[in-house]
Design a protein around this ligand. Structure first.
Ligand code: UD1
Length: 423
């Protein structure tokens, strides 16, 4: 049974919306709590399918977890695998973030090769390369990775690509390794900085997080910490675009505008007025939507997690836009569904060309992954008539209280379970 959204679009959005804690920061922070036997308190963990699955994996490993409205208290006195880990790890690529912490705690790990969004083949070679440099050994057997490390020792690791997950796994293992680790060509995303701050509070010495060279001095006994998760820049960007697409004046609150520099710049280039205030961004209605040229890159470049939402916005721009995807090789599956709504999009390899049309038409579409789902919601919000969006569980992975937040801005959105639709 699958839930659907029905969105009656064509009405402006107005009001304020408060952004939740970052999904992509929460997942490594939850994994990093395994590095200590002490209690960790994480404030602002969003209630999402991905964070819930990560917590289920942790409790399957012996963690005691309580969650009071997003304040998660977590303590793993002893790691004991109950079998629950595998059930969830297959579904979620971020389960691989447990590799570094588990090597630290137990010296031996067996994890399924990870699943995740249908946005291409996503290997884990860089995670393994980095952890191997720290002294881990790996064997791949029937879809599983067996890892062991008697003793982790700091080293220099040069990544061939600025992988977010690999940088995080290496940082977590290095935080408890003997000596100093340097990661060259490291990812510089704000979520990496958040993890660095968390590891510093635990007792490791991390410098350079947020640049391409991160230095981590390990500590033998990492301790428990209290930490507040940074706001979700991708959720914030999605609401900015939803407001720009539907028109109206929307204040997006609890954001760090610095984390959204390129997104704001691209919106302004498209003719969407965006005003920055302390911890908030206000979007105003645009006179005419202009086309854009976008190339996705690792941070501080344009985020790949925002390209489908921009594509949805640009379907009605006055002219031809180009989106070049350089991070994932297969991230245009959603364009088929935007085409069903009447948009003119052609995809050639890793480049999509979008010729703006007057308007889209409501029909039945389906989310193929998390951000694809966000793009379809944006397209539906600006399209008069009733659009039906399937595959809503993808959106549950990354948008906390989506229908409540959009409804509070005046959107007409309804969630219906498949069984109810068929009645
Ligand atoms: C993270 C984010 C995801 C975002 C992505 C890029 C989380 C939980 N997810 O995913 O939302 O879209 O960053 O900003 O934070 N690669 C390899 N070998 C590796 C690792 C990665 O070739 O060992 C490739 C991947 O196939 C992909 C690219 O590098 O093409 C980027 O992957 P990576 O930065 O690792 O993304 P994730 O950490 O999986």
């Amino acid at each position: 049974m699958e839930d659907k959204y029905f969105i009656e679009g064509g009405t402006r959005l107005n009001g304020s919306v408060c952004i939740s804690g970052s999904k992509n920061a929460s997942l490594p922070l939850l994994a990093a709590s395994l590095l200590t036997e002490d209690k960790c308190v994480l404030k602002g963990i969003p209630k999402l399918l991905d964070t819930c699955n990560m917590m289920k994996m942790l409790s399957g490993l012996g963690a005691q977890i309580s969650n009071q409205g997003g304040q998660v208290t977590i303590q793993t006195r002893e790691v004991q695998e109950s079998g629950q880990l595998y059930q969830y790890a297959r579904k979620m690529r971020a389960s691989f973030l447990l590799l570094g912490p588990l090597l630290v705690r137990t010296g031996e790990v067996c994890l399924p090769l990870p699943g995740g969004c249908a946005i291409g083949n996503r290997p884990v070679d860089l995670h393994l390369k980095g952890l191997t440099a720290l002294g881990a050994e790996f064997a791949v057997e029937k879809g599983h990775i067996k890892a062991s490390a008697k003793h982790l020792i700091g080293n220099e690791v040069s990544l061939d690509y600025r992988s977010v997950g690999a940088t995080e796994n290496i940082m977590m293992a290095a935080a408890a390794a003997e000596g100093c680790t340097t990661i060259l060509n490291a990812a510089a995303e704000p979520e990496i900085v958040d993890l660095g701050n968390f590891l510093n509070k635990m007792g490791a010495k991390v410098t350079g997080a947020g640049t391409s060279c991160i230095r981590i001095e390990g500590a033998p006994d990492l301790c428990g910490v209290i930490h507040t998760v940074i706001p979700d820049r991708i959720e914030a960007g999605t609401y900015l675009i939803a407001a720009a697409a539907a028109g109206g004046q929307v204040c997006v609150q609890r954001v760090i505008p610095d984390h959204l520099k390129l997104v704001i710049e691209k919106l302004r280039q498209a003719g969407v007025p965006v005003e920055e205030g302390p911890g908030e961004l206000v979007v105003y209605p645009t006179e005419e939507l202009r086309p854009l040229q976008i190339t996705t890159e690792p941070y501080p470049g344009f985020p790949t997690d925002m390209q489908p939402q921009f594509a949805a916005l640009l379907t009605t721009a006055a002219g031809e836009s180009t989106i070049k995807e350089t991070v994932f090789e297969n991230r245009f599956l959603y364009t088929e569904h935007l085409r069903r709504m009447g948009s003119h999009i052609t995809v050639n390899g890793t480049t999509a060309k979008i010729r703006g049309v007057e308007r889209l038409f409501p029909t039945q579409v389906k989310a193929t992954d998390l951000r694809a789902g966000a793009a379809l919601v944006i397209a539906a919000l600006k399209t008069p008539g009733k659009t039906e969006i399937g595959g809503v569980y993808h959106l549950d992975r990354g948008y906390e209280n989506l229908e409540e937040k959009l409804s509070s801005l005046g959107a007409r959105i309804r969630r219906v379970s498949d069984r109810a639709v068929n009645l």
